[in-house]
Design a protein around this ligand. Structure first.
Ligand code: ADP
Ligand code: MG
Length: 298
């Protein structure tokens, strides 16, 4: 395409709420055949809420305080959902939950959860699959987890001093326009894949709901870029749509990285196209825009 055509394309994109960083991005998107969609915060709203909990009948107050102390150190949407839940269940001071507990050796585990020494004892709040790798969850929690996961909830386990003492199931709404947007991508002849660090059971249910061709679950943040690379090695031209810190390397590795506006600064830096509007229809539109600009369709 001529420089003028590219400038016009970039300008048209801006008016549609699609920020194209440079002409190479526009050119790259013309030949994309596969679109990877991150789940949490991209296909879903990313505002998680605790829908069900499995907790001891007594002494929940102290446990909540310690869980809050830990999750305050995380910026993950799961952490925000857990904090909201804890705050709504503590009597004293909603906002003060978690601030009175001594905490050290905090470690954020990308795609897994968070752990540290809380009130003198080691504590971890991590995904059910990561927890099951570390310890025996016991029959009761195990079957509870399965039921929750089948209800497409994200399940985390609270491990206190090596013992699984609680479990929380969080739900996250699928964006209302997700199904229509996936359909648009398919109409454009694109292969669609849901890519997530979450467990395969909730991921599979969501993929089926929104109609992606494929789903790849339980991918740790650092491995998301490897998924992109392996598809490219198989001859595909890949677009990655993501929102979070987790997706930055995959966004950078993709032929076309698309960040949705709620995303972190890091994701924005690694993206070629930034969608600054609230609907996923912009994904298909940005690919249409570049095809038009490149003159492949008129
Ligand atoms: P996604 O790819 O859907 O954005 P992530 O890779 O960020 O998901 O996270 C994968 C899983 O790790 C989450 O579904 C959750 O079970 C767990 N997890 C991540 N952060 C936390 C946290 N702060 N507390 C508890 N669990 C967490
Ligand atoms: Mg995410």
């Amino acid at each position: 395409a001529t420089p003028t055509a590219l400038m016009v394309g970039i300008g048209r994109g801006a008016r549609l709420g699609i920020l194209v960083k440079g002409h190479t991005a526009l050119e790259a998107s013309g030949s994309i055949d596969t679109v990877l969609l991150d789940k949490t915060g991209t296909v879903t709203t990313g505002s998680l809420q605790v829908a069900q909990s499995w907790l001891p009948k007594t002494h929940c107050g102290e446990l909540f305080e310690r869980v809050a102390a830990l999750e305050m150190r995380s910026e993950h949407p799961v952490a925000r959902g857990i904090l909201d839940f804890v705050r709504s269940h503590t009597e004293a001071g909603e906002q003060s939950a978690g601030t009175a507990t001594e905490i050290s050796e905090v470690e954020v585990l990308p795609g897994v959860g968070i752990e540290g020494v809380v009130g003198g004892k080691p504590m971890a709040v991590i995904s059910a699959s990561a927890a099951a790798e570390r310890i025996d969850l016991g029959l009761e929690i195990d079957s509870w987890v399965r039921v929750q996961a089948e209800a497409q909830r994200t399940v985390v386990i609270v491990i206190d001093d090596g013992v699984p003492v609680g479990a929380l199931a969080l739900s996250d709404d699928i964006r209302p326009d997700a199904t229509a947007s996936v359909e648009q991508l398919r109409t454009l002849g694109l292969h669609t894949v849901l890519l997530t660090g979450d467990a395969s059971s909730p991921a599979g249910v969501i993929a089926e709901r929104i109609g992606t061709d494929n789903v790849i679950a339980e991918v740790l943040p650092n491995d998301k870029a490897a998924v992109v690379t392996s598809l490219q090695e198989a001859g595909h031209r890949v677009a990655m749509v993501g929102d979070g810190i987790n997706d930055a390397s995959a966004l950078a590795a993709a032929d076309l990285g698309i960040a949705v506006v709620t995303g972190s600064d890091i994701a924005m830096k690694s993206a070629d196209i930034i969608i600054v509007r609230g609907d996923l229809g912009a994904i298909a539109e940005s690919i249409m825009l570049s095809r038009k600009t490149l003159g492949t369709i008129r």
